[in-house]
Design a protein. Structure first.
Length: 110
């Protein structure tokens, strides 16, 4: 069976149209799949980052409370140390007064 020139060109046109249509269909489907995968990845990343953010807020809050408790302990110890130093200072002042009295007695007695 012989094919005339217009029939050959018609078959070439139909084949080219079918190939371009198939490639268009495949490209469209690929774009849809790619967009849905990227959208899923985007939502998953948002949820992970949100979870990480809330976890970090919780950890930082816990660290703040631990630091405040630690500083309160240090402040209490400093107040205790201040009280002790005040007592020692008073005792040193009393010893200074007593030594002054002893020196005065000793030097006047000679």
């Amino acid at each position: 069976m012989e094919v005339s020139d217009p029939q050959a060109w018609t078959m070439i046109g139909i084949f080219a149209t079918a190939m371009l249509g198939g490639m268009t269909l495949m490209t469209t489907q690929f774009n849809r799949v790619l967009r849905s995968e990227i959208g899923g990845l985007r939502s998953e990343m948002h949820s992970e980052i949100g979870g990480l953010r809330s976890e970090m807020h919780g950890e930082i809050g816990g660290l703040r409370s631990e630091l405040r408790a630690g500083f309160e302990v240090v402040n209490v110890r400093l107040e205790s140390l201040d009280t002790r130093l005040t007592r020692v200072e008073g005792k040193v002042d009393d010893l200074d007064t007593e030594l002054t009295n002893l020196a005065t007695r000793f030097w006047r007695s000679q």
